[in-house]
Design a protein around this ligand. Structure first.
Ligand code: AR6
Length: 173
């Protein structure tokens, strides 16, 4: 499996089969990632999401991607920092459950945003440690997945991810 980090917009990853949404419990459009994804997907996405809502922190559900240039959207509800406890477990569950769906649907490439680190207030460095620990736990057991990309909005966030992921990336080479 190839792990990479990229600066950009999660709603504009045309070479990726499934993109991950930093969703709200109602699986509706919102700000940040959820806003960008729903805007690009069109109203059909919210309509399809209705039957799965509400979801709990740590849960993930999969839908079609509608007008997005991908096949699937995996919607994860991250923990609100300081509110949903224990935050690291709930955030790790997001990554684990998303990767479980990736395997079930035999998805070959997936892109994640930094779940919970925007409106939900999770400090980026700590959230990155959680993402890296899940990859260390399940990384090499993923049969279908060939490419896993983290898409970060800012250069500063990208630098944090790059630094923390480098040991794993080098190990997988
Ligand atoms: N592409 C990639 N990353 C982005 C994008 C984008 N288009 N937009 C923001 N980010 P957030 P959360 C970064 O708030 O913290 C929504 O309103 C952003 O800088 O999207 O899980 C939902 O409706 C941050 O680092 O997700 C929920 O109510 C990270 O993505 C709530 O926010 C996540 O920021 C979810 O909050």
């Amino acid at each position: 499996m190839n792990i990479e980090v990229k600066q950009g917009d999660i709603a504009n990853q045309p070479d990726i089969t499934a993109i991950v949404n930093a969703a709200n419990a109602q699986l509706k459009t919102g700000g940040g990632v959820a806003g960008a994804i729903h805007r690009a997907a069109g109203p059909g996405l919210e309509e399809e999401c209705r039957k799965y809502a509400p979801i709990n922190p740590g849960e993930a559900v999969i839908t079609e991607a509608h007008k997005l240039p991908n096949e699937y959207v995996i919607h994860c509800l991250g923990p609100v920092y300081g509110v949903d406890h224990p935050e690291p477990t709930l955030l790790a569950n997001c990554y684990r459950n998303a990767l479980k769906l990736v395997e079930e649907h035999k998805i070959d490439s997936v892109a994640f945003p930094a779940i919970s680190t925007g409106a939900f207030g999770y400090p980026l460095e700590q959230a990155t440690d959680v993402a890296v620990s899940v990859l260390n736990e399940v990384g090499t057991d993923l049969a279908s997945l060939k490419k896993l990309r983290f898409v970060l909005f800012s250069q500063t966030d990208l630098d944090v991810y790059q630094k923390k992921l480098n040991p794993l990336i080098n190990r997988l080479k």
